[in-house]
Design a protein. Structure first.
Lengths: 338, 268
C-alpha cells in the first residue's frame, strides 16, 4: 500500500463565470436585466499527488491556472468539481483545524498589517494560531536571527523595503509550524541578493522541518535551487509532472552551447550545419544546439580550430525549456511525460 | 479552555486595532472629528440667528438654550452611534485582501467586530472629552449621571445596529465595484431622518409616526431626548432596533455566504 499523500488532487476543475458588462451607468443597468455569461475554465481535469516532505515547483505562464490552483489548495476558492484533499481535509470547508496546518505566502500581497510593526502582527497571529508563549518566543528569536531582521521587528511595516517585508511575511506564515506551505511567487520584485536570501532560507527551513512546500515562481533560479519536482500547468491542464532533470529534456536531450570569436566567422562552413546555429549580426558569436553525446568532441574541435575567446553552456536549461513551451505550447503534445 | 483562547484572540485584535486606529492620529482627527465639529458650529450659528438671540422665542418646544443643547448632544451621540465607518471592509473585499482572513483561524466578521469594539472604546473617550468641553463652555445644559448612563448605553446599542448596516453595505462590494456612494447616501438619509439636523418635532407628525418604525430616529433623536431628560419610550427603541439587529445579522450571514462563493480573490 502506498504511503498516504499529503495532497490528493483528482479530476479537479474550476470554472469561473463572469458577466460581460458594457461600460458606464447604462451598461450597469442593462447588465442588471440581461446578463451575458462568459464561462472560463481556469483549471481543467487536473490531477496530482504530493508526498510528505516534497518541495514542488508549480510552473506556468500568467493566467495558466497556478494561482487558482493555489487558491483551491488553501480553501479560498471552491472547486467546481473533482476531488481535492489536503492532510485529509477538504480545504473549502475551511475548518479551523485545517487552517492551523497550512500557510500561504503571497509575494504580491502583504499579509502583515501595514500600520503596525511586524512584531504586533506576530503577536496577533500567535493568538490566532494559539501558539504557547515560550514556543512563540523561541521561533521569533530563531527565525529573526537567521533572516537578520531582529532590528526590523519594531518598525512599521509600511516603512520597510520589499525585501525586508518579504522576510517578515515568511516569518509570519511560519510561526505556527505549518505542515503544508504554499508560496505564491515569494521572490517577485526582489533584487538578486534578496531573492537568494529568501531561497536559502526556504531551503534551510525545509531541510530542518521536512514540511511540504508548493511554490510558484516565474524565476527559474528559484525553481532550480529549491524544487526536486516540477509540475507544469498550461491552459488549466497539466503539461508536465516529474523531476527537474527530466524537464530539461522535455524538448530533446540537446544542450545549448555558445561561442564568441575574436574575428568574423563563415556561417556557411559545414561544421555548423547540423547544430541549428544562431549568429549575431557580426558573425562573431553563435549559439548551437548540440546532442549530449557530441558535446565533448564538437566543443574541443571548435576551440582547437577557431579563435575562440569565450564559450559557455547554459546555466538554467529549464528557463529555455519554459520559454520555448510558453511560445509553442503545442510542443508538449509530443514530448509529454507522465 | 477553548473559550479562553478565543477571548485572547478577540482581546489581541482589539489591542492591535487600537494601535491601528490611532496610527494616523491627525488623519483620524481631520476625517472624523474635524468636519463634525465644523458642522456643529455652523448649526450653532444658524440656530442662534434663527432665534434672533432672544431667549424667549420657542420653536416647537425648544428655546435657544435647549436647541443648542439638542445639537451639542447630537454631536456627541453621532461620535458614538455613527462614528465607525467600516471603510476597510469593502476595501478588503475589493482588493482581494480577505484571502488572508480566510486562511487565519479567526473569522472575517470576528476581526471586524473586534476592530469595531476597539474603535468604540476610542470614540467613548473622545465623546467624554467633548462632553466635558461642552459642559465647561456652558454649551450644554446640566444633566444627571443616570440620564447620561442610560443614554450612553442606548447609544452603544444603536451603534451596534449602525455597525451591522455598515457591514452590510461593505459586503455589497462582492457585487459592486464601489460601495462608498451607497454608504454616503445612507449616511445622508440617516442624518436627515434621525433628527440630527433638525429636531423631529419640526417634521410633520405623520412622517414622524412612520419614522418611529424605522431605525433612523433611534440613531440620534431618541438618545438626545434621553440625555435631555425628556420622556421617551425606551422599550420601543430597544424593540425596533433589536428587530433590525437580528434582521441584519441574518442578512449579513446570508450575503457573506453568497458573496464568498462569488469571491475569486481578485488580483491575489
Amino acid at each position: 500500500m502506498e504511503q498516504a499523500h499529503v495532497i490528493n488532487v483528482n479530476q479537479l476543475c474550476k470554472k469561473f463565470v463572469s458577466y460581460k458588462k458594457e461600460p458606464g451607468v447604462l451598461g450597469s443597468v442593462k447588465s442588471f436585466f440581461v446578463r451575458n455569461a462568459i464561462e472560463k475554465k481556469a483549471v481543467d481535469n487536473f490531477q496530482m499527488t504530493v508526498k510528505k516532505g516534497e518541495i514542488i515547483g508549480l510552473l506556468g505562464p500568467n493566467g495558466a491556472g497556478k494561482t487558482t490552483l493555489m487558491k483551491m489548495f488553501t480553501g479560498i476558492v471552491v472547486p467546481t468539481s473533482g476531488e481535492l484533499t489536503i492532510l485529509g481535509h477538504n480545504p473549502w470547508e475551511r475548518d479551523k483545524g485545517f487552517r492551523k496546518k497550512i500557510a500561504l505566502v503571497m509575494g504580491q500581497k502583504s499579509q502583515l498589517w501595514w500600520d503596525i510593526p511586524a512584531m504586533d502582527s506576530f503577536t496577533l497571529l500567535q493568538r490566532y494560531y494559539e501558539i504557547p508563549d515560550d514556543r512563540f518566543k523561541e521561533r521569533i528569536d530563531h527565525m529573526s536571527e537567521i533572516l537578520e531582521v531582529k532590528d526590523l521587528l519594531h518598525i512599521h511595516v509600511r516603512k520597510l523595503s520589499l525585501g525586508e517585508r518579504m522576510k517578515l511575511e515568511l516569518m509570519a506564515s511560519l510561526l505556527h509550524d505549518p505542515e503544508v506551505i504554499f508560496l505564491d511567487e515569494p521572490t517577485i520584485g526582489l533584487d538578486l541578493i534578496a531573492q537568494e536570501n529568501i531561497r536559502n532560507f526556504i531551503k534551510e527551513y525545509h531541510r530542518k522541518t521536512k514540511c511540504t512546500i508548493i511554490i510558484t515562481s516565474h524565476y527559474m533560479a528559484d525553481v532550480q535551487a529549491l524544487c526536486d519536482r516540477l509540475v507544469l500547468i498550461m491552459g488549466g491542464t497539466k503539461g508536465f509532472d516529474g523531476p527537474i532533470y527530466e524537464f530539461e529534456k522535455v524538448l530533446g536531450n540537446e544542450k545549448t552551447l555558445s561561442f564568441s570569436f575574436s574575428s568574423e566567422q563563415d556561417p556557411s562552413a559545414s561544421i555548423w550545419e547540423s547544430y541549428d546555429p544562431e549568429w549575431d549580426e557580426k558573425f562573431r558569436s553563435v549559439e548551437l544546439r548540440v546532442p549530449e553525446e557530441e558535446l565533448r568532441e564538437l566543443s574541443s574541435q571548435i576551440i582547437k580550430n577557431l579563435d575562440v575567446i569565450d564559450f559557455a553552456t547554459e546555466k538554467l536549461p529549464i528557463e529555455r525549456v519554459m520559454k520555448t513551451l510558453m511560445e509553442k505550447p503545442e510542443l508538449l503534445q509530443t514530448g509529454q511525460h507522465d | 479552555m477553548i473559550n479562553y483562547q478565543n477571548t485572547l484572540k478577540w482581546w489581541q485584535t482589539i489591542k492591535i486595532s487600537w494601535v491601528k486606529h490611532t496610527a494616523y492620529r491627525l488623519n483620524f482627527f481631520l476625517q472624523i472629528i474635524g468636519p463634525a465639529l465644523v458642522f456643529f458650529f455652523v448649526k450653532y450659528n444658524l440656530w442662534t440667528s434663527i432665534f434672533n438671540q432672544s431667549n424667549e422665542t420657542i420653536i416647537q418646544g425648544y428655546n435657544l438654550k435647549q436647541m443648542i443643547t439638542y445639537h451639542a448632544w447630537a454631536f456627541i451621540i453621532s461620535l458614538i452611534a455613527q462614528g465607525h465607518g467600516s471603510w476597510n471592509l469593502s476595501e478588503d473585499i475589493r482588493m482581494g485582501r480577505i484571502s488572508s482572513y480566510l486562511i487565519y483561524p479567526f473569522n472575517f466578521w470576528e476581526f471586524h467586530t473586534a476592530s469595531f469594539l476597539s474603535f468604540q472604546s476610542i470614540q467613548l473617550i473622545i465623546a467624554g472629552f467633548t462632553l466635558f468641553l461642552f459642559s465647561f463652555l456652558n454649551i450644554i445644559a446640566p444633566f444627571t449621571t443616570q440620564l447620561l448612563l442610560t443614554g450612553v448605553l442606548f447609544t452603544l446599542y444603536v451603534s451596534f445596529f449602525w455597525y451591522l448596516t455598515q457591514f452590510f453595505t461593505g459586503l455589497l462590494a462582492f457585487w459592486l465595484e464601489e460601495t462608498w456612494i451607497l454608504r454616503v447616501m445612507l449616511q445622508i438619509i440617516a442624518v436627515f431622518l434621525s433628527g440630527a439636523i433638525i429636531p423631529l418635532e419640526l417634521y410633520p407628525e405623520w412622517l414622524v409616526d412612520i419614522l418611529n418604525f424605522t431605525p433612523f430616529p433611534y440613531l440620534s433623536y431618541y438618545p438626545i431626548q434621553i440625555m435631555m431628560g425628556r420622556e421617551v419610550s425606551l422599550i420601543n427603541g430597544i424593540g425596533i432596533i433589536g428587530f433590525w439587529i437580528v434582521f441584519l445579522i441574518f442578512v449579513n450571514r446570508l450575503i457573506w455566504k453568497r458573496g464568498l462563493k462569488l469571491y475569486t480573490a481578485a488580483g491575489m
